[in-house]
Design a protein around this ligand. Structure first.
Ligand code: HEC
Length: 154
């Protein structure tokens, strides 16, 4: 009898671990999308000022700094854990090569961080043309990571 209870408990606990595991996957996917969206929003805020849609140019520096801070603090291992790719969920646009080409993914992140640093420097100099150039260069690094590691829109 004790053995039966033991096995039953074991089965039950593995059942619950699996459930919480599945929730975890969706939570981390949503989480990293939120980080990406935040970065995207900072870019839109800077772009709105550069295009003259609004004239609150004192916002350019803090939002450039926010991009740098956000990008550079991404913990790739925790934010893109092994089991959160397209084989484990249909809600992610992350591609499997994030894990099979880890080094390239982390290089792509570093390149983006470098361009975000340049953007902060330009924003500090308050030269709109420089800022636009740096923003364009940063945008290219977002795009090249997305091209390689993110599923295209259907
Ligand atoms: C090192 C790779 C990498 C870099 C650099 C990168 N991204 Fe991403 N981004 C991704 C991946 C992977 C996804 C897909 C996430 C998912 O669905 O799991 C993504 C998704 C997004 C999304 C969509 C989020 C959603 O709601 O689905 C936005 C917006 C975005 N990124 C903006 C940016 C911007 C802006 C930059 C540059 C400043 C940037 N990203 C830099 C890898 C990167």
């Amino acid at each position: 009898m004790i053995r039966v209870i033991f096995i039953f408990t074991l089965l039950l606990s593995s059942f619950f671990t699996q459930i919480s595991y599945a929730e975890n996957t969706e939570d981390i996917i949503k989480y990293r999308k939120n980080i990406m969206k935040a970065i995207g929003n900072h870019i839109s805020i800077i772009a709105a000022n550069l295009k003259g849609k609004v004239s609150i140019s004192e916002d350019i520096l803090p939002h450039s700094q926010s991009i740098l801070l956000t990008l550079s603090s991404i913990n790739i291992t925790k934010t893109f854990p092994e089991n959160s790719g397209p084989n484990h969920s249909s809600t992610t646009k992350s591609l499997e090569n994030i894990w099979s080409e880890k080094d390239l993914f982390s290089i792509a992140m570093k390149e983006s961080v470098e361009k975000a640093k340049d953007l902060v420097l330009s924003a500090e100099s308050d030269d709109k043309q420089n800022i636009a150039k740096s923003l364009g260069a940063l945008g290219k690094t977002c795009g090249s990571c997305h091209n390689k590691f993110r599923k295209k829109k259907n």
